[in-house]
Design a protein. Structure first.
Length: 576
């Protein structure tokens, strides 16, 4: 199916599943639909199965959005308690569309629990309370995270097990039960797991299948053929030989490739060791968090940019956000060439020297930004885990699949790279070349359904659905209450006392108010600050202004020295 056909189905209001191989543009279509919904004033819950995936859409995890948290089951008492929460009630009742990205990593019982809550909040006995549900992902990629037996063992393709550092290679058991559901063998060899498409709620949704079949990432036909062979579980001797030819291969690029490991500890060791090898001053850039602590911390955990970014000139880095206007995407590699307290210059693989500005990630709901973090969109890139690489397009990668322990792990890692010229392998085991056989059978069904649904579009073009926003009586928003007090001319400390909130929370409200209306006068808030000090703070902020017009607080604080006050500086920024 073409991307435009998929978009037409989504706009018609049908429940849909967007799928296709890595690099086929699934997230691109999803973002186009989200933009269309926003332009039409349609309220959508933009979620994903993991925090990393959620940041690609400026959303939050489905667990956080629904209030499920870490629950593995939902009792009648749980539902009753959640329905009583006013903020959740308003959230569910306003929502017309539910979007869940990276559905392969969401267990079936979790999708069922979300369905149960939508029915309870909406008081409508229909799948997900009657809202449109759009799922996106590829079941050949990584499945729901689960506990793995330490007794699993693995060996490289064509060779004995390899001992590396303090880890023993692991193995995925070949032993499977004959089964029609997506439950894994519940023996000690393979812990139980269930994909979302084996759930009751999936069956009830009557999803239109949008199987995207155009490839936008890989242009190397031979490499693409090898990836497709792995995806179809037909990776024979020719594919093994093709991959073995990339073992230890040298990559001719201006920067060294990122290493992909299957385990977090290998990544941490690699990056720390390599940074320590570089002589020179180390700079640390702390992430700026705006909004309620719980939300901003949740956002930070799902963001690939670290809370404390430690760099030196010569450090290998990777961009972790898309910015097409600036010329980088999530996965672009580079080397830090120059840096100081408030500036980072990175030369990317193409040879271009980039002056990297701060980037923002936020959680939005009902068109309002609920929390935001600001950080340079970089992370150390000598190494990264296969799990965190999911969704990235890499210029080059040195991939170690000798300890692969999950079907689909090899496919995910290899498909991050645009061509075989950018791939070097440390080795691989048999599990790296496998995909789940049940997923393979299910994928064939998806292709057939997608072809049928695409043909239906040709014969019967879809009309965009008209959404009617639900009317919900509500009390004044907390930000509006703060705005009323600001307009009355109260000082910051007085508003905080009246509202029984911290001054920082009041400043959070004011920053959101300014985003919507930059002309609001906040001068009365600062009556207690001496004029000379205010001038000094504004001057420091202006000196630290970035190219995209932002005023980062951290470098301004450093300019002002020990007497600088964080809340006062935020107040000064409001008045610029």
């Amino acid at each position: 199916m073409k991307q435009e056909q998929a978009l037409e189905i989504l706009k018609s209001g049908k429940n849909a599943f967007i799928t296709g191989p890595a690099g086929s543009g699934k997230t691109f279509v999803l973002n186009r639909y989200i933009d269309w919904l926003k332009a039409g004033g349609i309220n959508a819950a933009v979620t994903a199965s993991t925090g990393v995936a959620a940041t690609h859409l400026n959303g939050i995890t489905i667990h956080s959005w629904t209030g499920l948290g870490v629950r593995d089951e939902l009792s009648a008492r749980d539902v009753k308690d959640l329905v009583k929460r006013g903020y959740l009630r308003r959230r569910f009742l306003r929502t017309s569309v539910l979007i869940i990205d990276e559905i392969s990593m969401l267990a079936g019982n979790q999708l069922d629990m979300a369905d149960q809550l939508f029915r309870a909040f909406k008081q409508i006995d229909a799948p997900f309370g009657g809202v449109q549900v759009v799922l996106c992902g590829d079941f050949f990629q990584l499945p729901p995270i689960r506990r793995i037996s330490p007794d699993w063992r693995a060996s490289p393709a064509g060779g004995p097990p390899i001992q590396r550092r303090s880890f023993e290679p692991q193995e995925y058991s070949k032993k499977r039960k004959s089964q029609t559901s997506m439950d894994f063998d519940d023996s000690d060899d393979a812990p139980p797991s269930k994909f979302a498409y084996g759930s009751r709620s999936w069956r009830n949704l009557d999803l239109k299948i949008c199987y995207l079949d155009e490839q936008y990432r890989q242009s190397d036909k031979e490499f693409l053929a090898a990836l497709n062979a792995i995806r179809s579980n037909s990776a024979g001797e020719s594919v093994i030989q093709y991959l073995q030819a990339r073992v230890g291969a040298k990559i001719q690029m201006s920067v060294e490739p990122t290493k992909l490991y299957t385990h977090n500890v290998d990544v941490e060791i690699e990056n720390n060791l390599e940074l320590a090898k570089i002589a020179g001053k180390e700079f640390c850039y702390k992430m700026e968090q705006i909004g309620p602590a719980a939300l901003s911390e949740r956002l930070q955990k799902g963001c690939l940019a670290p809370q404390f970014l430690r760099l030196k000139a010569g450090a290998r880095v990777m961009f972790v956000k898309n910015n097409f206007e600036e010329g980088y995407v999530n996965g672009t590699l580079g080397v830090v060439e120059k840096l100081d307290e408030s500036r980072i210059m990175v030369r990317i693989a193409s040879g271009l020297l980039m002056d990297v500005g701060l980037a923002s990630w936020h959680i939005a709901e009902d068109g309002d930004i609920k929390a935001e973090i600001n950080q340079y969109p970089l992370r150390l890139a000598w190494a990264i885990t296969v799990h965190k690489s999911q969704g990235m397009s890499l210029d080059a990668a040195a991939v170690d699949l000798r300890q692969s322990f999950e079907p689909g792990m090899g496919y995910v890692a290899l498909s991050r790279v645009r061509s075989s010229a950018g791939l070097s392998l440390a080795g691989f085991n048999q599990i790296a070349l496998r995909v789940d056989e049940d997923v393979l059978a299910f994928d064939e069904e998806l292709k057939v359904k997608s072809a049928r649904h695409a043909q239906e579009i040709v014969g019967n073009p879809q009309k965009p659905r008209r959404y009617v926003a639900p009317q919900i009586a509500k009390k004044p928003e907390t930000i509006q209450v703060t705005r009323d007090l600001v307009e009355k001319g109260m000082e910051l400390s007085m508003i905080a006392a009246v509202r029984k909130l911290k001054p920082g929370t009041i400043l959070d409200h004011c920053e959101k108010m300014k985003e919507k209306n930059p002309t609001i006068d906040f001068s009365n808030l600062a009556k207690e600050i001496p004029p000379g000090k205010m001038i000094q703070m504004k001057s420091a902020l202006k000196k630290c202004k970035t190219e995209d017009g932002k005023y980062p607080l951290k470098p301004a604080m450093e300019l002002l020295g020990e007497e600088a006050d964080y809340d006062e500086l935020r107040l000064a920024r409001l008045m610029l």
